[in-house]
Design a protein around this ligand. Structure first.
Ligand code: AMP
Ligand code: TRP
Length: 328
């Protein structure tokens, strides 16, 4: 059975972008693959985090996985730092990577633009991500478009290791939605929808109240003209709303266009808001139930055990291949 691995950082509110770009595919893939889904707290601390907020957010992201339909009977759900082998292989990946290739990472360049005190962890962030993926020999990695470059680096590191020490790692492929791999901001369709945007009207948080969702969608920018037509070049804002509609209603882009043929944006936006609410309202209800129960502790413990068994085997093999003296 093919393997799947992915992770999301516990740093701030998850958005509809995270849901459409990543979490929906976590759920979709779990029926026919062996899946590992984690909360990447070791990645989150590449920028300073308030300890209490980090604990709260880590639990919150794990609960959102469950609330969105990731099923702990099928998928291993765990916290990255609960499986220390990630950090160990992360170090080994750092020794394989070149400064030049890390300097080329666009996410690194964006996060550090204009800054002087740049944490070294931010620089080696992609080598830890490579370790996350390779430690499970994952075939598929469900992520949004912004992670494609990190996946390419992961493949390069895996190939480099295999060449030097013999075939060890499988080369992973990104798994992205056909439309919606990059959900854009509601106030500016040239920017990615992001939880770090200071304007809360630019994103829909998965835990936004239904009326907040309705208001944000009503305010979302549209393009000139009045046709509901998918054309990311000429109609970036409306095309973004169409991809959100398609994912939340479970229909194709063509079906959305057909439904609103000859109508303006008004009815389309009203219906869009209701489709988003129809997905997020039940998710929020499950989220509150999960946070109020002891279920999460059990799920995370079992998930970490399942993950550790695989991860520790990989690291032992890697160390043997590299010539580390095994402990007696
Ligand atoms: P992050 O919030 O950066 O940890 O991202 C978690 C996952 O959500 C990654 O797979 C991202 O590629 C994905 N993601 C984040 N923002 C978006 C977006 N606006 N559109 C599509 N996918 C996204
Ligand atoms: N870098 C990813 C992000 O910011 C998070 C991440 C860490 C990840 N390790 C991973 C995603 C492994 C997929 C697989 O979104």
């Amino acid at each position: 059975m093919a393997r799947v691995l992915s992770g999301i950082q516990p740093s701030g509110q998850l958005t509809l972008g995270n849901y459409i770009g990543a979490i929906q595919n976590f759920v979709k893939l779990q029926d026919e693959h062996e899946c590992f889904y984690m909360v990447v707290d070791l990645h989150a601390v590449t920028v300073p985090q308030d300890p209490a907020a980090l604990r709260e957010q880590t639990e919150s992201v794990a609960a959102l996985y469950l609330a969105a339909g990731v099923d702990p009977k099928k998928s291993a759900i765990f916290i990255q730092s609960h499986v220390p082998a990630h950090a160990e292989l992360g170090w080994i990946m750092t020794t394989l990577a070149y400064m030049g290739e890390l300097e080329r990472m666009t996410q690194y360049k964006e996060k550090t633009a204009g800054k002087t005190s740049i944490p070294a962890g931010l620089f080696v962030y992609p080598t830890l991500m490579a370790a996350d993926i390779l430690i499970y020999n994952a075939d598929l990695v469900p992520v949004g478009d912004d992670q494609k470059q990190h996946l390419e680096l992961t493949r390069d590191l895996a190939e480099r290791f295999n060449k030097r020490y013999g075939e060890t790692f499988r080369l992973p492929e990104p798994y992205m939605p056909k439309v919606g791999a990059r959900i854009m901001s509601l106030d500016d369709p040239t920017k990615k929808m992001s939880k770090s945007n200071p304007n809360p009207n630019s994103y829909i948080a998965l835990l936004d109240e239904p009326d907040v969702i309705r208001r944000k969608i009503a305010r979302a920018v549209t393009d000139s003209g009045r046709e509901v037509k998918y054309d990311p070049e000429a109609k970036a804002a409306v095309s973004n709303l169409i991809s959100i509609y398609a994912h939340c209603a479970g229909v194709t882009v063509e079906e959305v266009e057909r439904r609103y043929e000859g109508q303006g944006y008004g009815q389309f936006k009203k219906d869009l808001a209701e489709h988003v609410v129809a997905v997020l309202e039940p998710l929020q209800k499950r989220y509150r139930e999960i946070r109020g129960s002891g279920e999460l502790v059990r799920v995370l413990k079992e998930g970490a055990e399942r993950a550790s068994a695989v991860a520790e085997r990989t690291v032992a093999l890697v160390k043997e291949r590299m010539g580390f003296l095994p402990p007696a």
